[in-house]
Ligand binder design. Structure first.
Ligand SMILES: [Zn+2]
Length: 586
C-alpha cells in the first residue's frame, strides 16, 4: 500500500475539489486504502483506514449536520448588482457562470436556518468548489443578512468554512465585505449571540479571519489546512512551508482552536455545545438556607493534614471533573500561542444547569518550575470571560504550587496575564464558586479564588511563598489549613473528607462536593448580579480589616511555632473574641 504524506494528499484534494468535486474515489488519496465497500466513505466521505477527510458537497454536508428536513435556505437568488465588474473582466464573468451552473449555487456561500439536535440555529456554509469559497460581494451580503437573522431570532450562528484567499476580481469592494461581516459579528456579540465555527479543508483567507476567529467555539476537521494565507501563497524561511505546522492538529496544540472532531461526530458535538451555551435550565433549592448541611471537622493537626494533602493518591482536578459533572465539553487554548494540560477549561452540566469549569491540574506538584505560565492564565481568562458573557456560572478548581518563576515567563508578561485572570474573576457577572481541592499556592491560586462562594476540602492547604527557591529562616512558606481558613473567614464552607483523607474513598467526597455545589449555585441563582458583587466586595474587604488581619498573623505565628497548632490558634482566637466582646459590651 502506498503512503502519501498529508501535504500531497491535501494539494491533490484541493485540485480535485476545483476540477472534479463530484468525483468518487476507489482508493484513498492519502493511504491508497480500497474505499469500494467502505460504509464510512459512502456516508461521510472519510477513509476508514487513515481518517483522511475528503471534500463533501455542501448540501450533502448539511444533510449530515442538520435534523432531517429542517434546513430552510434563504437569499438563494441574491445576485451581484455590480455588473460592471463582470463587463470589465470577461474571464471572471465566464467562470462565475460556469461555477453557478456546475454547483447550483449563486455564490460561494449557502445560508439558512435549521435545527441541530432540536436546537435552532442560523447556518452559514462556505464552499470551496465555488471560486475557492472566497468572500465576494454576494457572499458578504448573504453572510451579513444571515448574522442579522440570528440576532433578530436570538439563536446561535454556526459557520462551516471551506474557503481560500480573496475574490481579487471584485477588488476593493470584495475587501469591504470583511468590514461588513466584522460589524455584523460585532453586533451579534454585543447581543450575546453564541457563535461556533467548523473549519474544513482548506480554511484560509478572509473567511477564516471574519467568521472563524470571531467565533466563541472553533472546531475543525482532522488534517485541515487552517490559517490566514492559503498554503501555496506562504513562503517559509527556506521557500517552502511545513504543511503539518499549518494543519488543524498543530493549530490545536498552539491554542488557536478548541477541538478536532471527526465528521461522523460533528452533529452530536455541535448540538451538545449549543445545548450548553443556550443555558436553558437553572437549579433551584427548595429548602431554607439555614437547613444547609452542617458538618463537624476532624481534630487532626496541621502537620497531619499537610501529610494527607501531599498523598500521591489524592485525586487531581481532572478526576473531580469526571465524577462531579456531566456532559463535559473541553475547550482548549489561549487563542494566542499555547494549550497546556496545566489548565483544563470547558462547559459542563451540574444537575441540569450549564457551568463553565476552569481547573488547575497539578501535573507535577513537587517541581516549582512547572508552575502556571502566562499562556495558562490567558486560557483561564478566556473561559471566565466567555462564561460571564453568556451568564453561565463559573466553578473553579484550585490546585497549584504557584506561578512559573522563570525569567522567560517574566518577559512573556506573566504578571499582566495573571492580573487579567484575577480582574476577570472580580468582574464576573454570573455566579462563581471556587473549590480549593489540594494545594493553593500564592497568587496563582488566588487568581481563580476571587469568587462569590469559596469552598475548601478538609485536608487542603493554602500556602504562601512555597514556590520560592530562597527558603531561609525569614522566608519560610506560610501554610494554613481549611479549619483555620474557615475561622478566619477566608473560605465560606469546608467539605469534609472521609477518615484518613479523600483518597480512602474519593466517591464519598465527590458526592458531598456535588451536593454543596448544587446548593450554593441554587442560592446564588436567586441573587441579582449587583447583589452578588456587593456581597463579594464586602467579603473580601472584611478579610483584610483590622480584626481579621490580626487573626491571620496569629495563624502564621502559630504555624511558625509548630507544636499543637490547632489548640494554639483556637485559644488565641477565643481570647481575642472574648476581648472584643468585652470592649463592645463596655
Ligand atoms: Zn486513507
Amino acid at each position: 500500500m502506498k503512503e502519501l504524506n498529508n501535504e500531497n494528499a491535501f494539494f491533490n484534494a484541493e485540485e480535485l475539489i476545483t476540477n472534479a468535486p463530484d468525483q468518487d474515489f476507489d482508493s484513498c488519496l492519502k493511504c491508497d486504502f480500497n474505499l469500494k465497500e467502505s460504509e464510512l466513505y459512502d456516508t461521510y466521505r472519510v477513509c476508514s483506514s487513515c481518517n483522511f477527510h475528503f471534500y463533501i458537497k455542501p448540501y450533502d454536508r448539511l444533510a449530515l449536520l442538520t435534523d432531517r428536513a429542517s434546513f430552510v435556505e434563504f437569499n438563494q437568488e441574491l445576485t451581484n448588482v455590480h455588473e460592471y465588474t463582470h463587463d470589465e473582466l470577461p474571464e471572471y464573468k465566464k467562470r462565475t457562470k460556469s461555477d453557478v451552473e456546475r454547483t447550483g449555487l449563486n455564490d460561494s456561500v449557502i445560508t439558512g436556518i435549521g435545527t441541530m439536535g432540536g436546537n435552532s440555529c442560523v447556518i452559514i456554509l462556505m464552499d470551496f468548489s465555488f471560486m475557492g469559497g472566497n468572500l465576494g460581494l454576494v457572499s458578504g451580503e448573504k453572510i451579513s443578512l444571515a448574522i442579522d437573522e440570528a440576532v433578530s431570532r436570538k439563536i446561535p450562528i454556526v459557520s462551516i468554512i471551506s474557503s481560500s484567499g480573496t475574490r481579487i476580481e471584485e477588488g476593493i469592494l470584495s475587501l469591504m465585505q470583511m468590514a461588513k461581516v466584522t460589524l455584523s459579528m460585532a453586533n451579534a456579540k454585543s447581543k450575546n449571540i453564541p457563535s461556533l465555527s467548523l473549519l474544513t479543508n482548506p480554511c484560509t483567507g478572509q473567511a477564516y479571519i471574519t467568521l472563524a476567529t470571531y467565533s466563541d467555539i472553533i472546531l475543525s476537521e482532522p488534517g485541515a489546512s487552517v490559517g490566514m494565507s492559503p498554503l501555496k501563497d506562504l513562503k517559509g524561511d527556506y521557500g517552502s512551508v511545513d504543511f503539518e505546522s499549518r494543519a488543524s492538529d498543530s493549530m490545536l496544540k498552539r491554542g488557536l482552536i478548541d477541538s478536532i472532531v471527526n465528521r461522523n461526530q460533528q452533529k452530536e458535538q455541535i448540538s451538545r455545545i449549543i445545548d450548553l451555551l443556550n443555558n436553558n435550565h437553572k437549579l433551584v433549592y427548595e429548602n431554607n438556607e439555614s437547613n444547609k448541611p452542617n458538618f463537624s471537622l476532624s481534630n487532626l493537626s496541621i502537620e497531619e493534614r499537610v501529610k494527607i494533602s501531599l498523598s500521591d493518591k489524592r485525586p487531581s482536578s481532572s478526576i473531580f471533573l469526571k465524577k462531579v459533572f456531566e456532559n463535559f465539553f473541553e475547550i482548549k487554548g489561549d487563542r494566542l500561542l499555547d494549550n497546556s494540560d496545566r489548565i483544563i477549561t470547558g462547559l459542563a452540566q451540574l444537575g441540569s444547569q450549564t457551568v463553565m469549569i476552569v481547573a488547575q491540574e497539578n501535573i507535577n506538584e513537587n517541581n516549582s518550575i512547572d508552575g502556571l505560565k502566562s499562556s495558562d492564565f490567558r486560557k483561564c481568562s478566556r473561559a471566565i470571560n466567555l462564561a460571564s458573557r453568556f451568564n453561565i456560572p463559573l466553578i473553579t478548581f484550585i490546585d497549584t504550587v504557584g506561578h512559573n518563576m522563570t525569567y522567560n515567563e517574566e518577559i512573556k508578561g506573566i504578571g499582566t496575564s495573571l492580573g487579567e485572570t484575577m480582574l476577570s474573576m472580580a468582574q464576573m457577572s454570573s455566579p462563581s464558586i471556587s473549590v480549593l481541592i489540594t494545594r493553593g499556592g500564592s497568587e496563582a491560586a488566588l487568581s481563580l479564588d476571587i469568587s462569590d462562594r469559596r469552598l475548601m476540602l478538609e485536608n487542603a492547604i493554602l500556602v504562601m511563598g512555597d514556590n520560592r527557591d530562597d527558603k531561609d529562616s525569614l522566608n519560610k512558606p506560610s501554610i494554613i489549613g481549611a479549619k483555620e481558613c474557615k475561622d478566619l473567614n477566608i473560605v465560606d464552607s469546608v467539605i469534609p473528607e472521609p477518615v484518613g483523607g479523600i483518597h480512602m474513598n474519593p466517591d464519598e467526597c465527590f458526592s458531598l462536593l456535588r451536593k454543596f455545589l448544587m446548593i450554593e449555585l441554587a442560592m446564588l441563582n436567586k441573587k441579582s448580579e449587583r447583589s452578588r458583587f456587593k456581597d463579594k466586595y464586602k467579603k473580601f474587604r472584611n478579610i483584610s480589616d483590622f480584626n481579621n488581619s490580626y487573626l491571620y498573623n496569629l495563624a502564621n505565628e502559630a504555624i511558625a511555632a509548630k507544636g499543637k497548632i490547632t489548640d494554639y490558634i483556637s485559644k488565641k482566637i477565643s481570647d481575642r473574641k472574648r476581648k472584643i466582646r468585652k470592649i463592645q459590651s463596655e
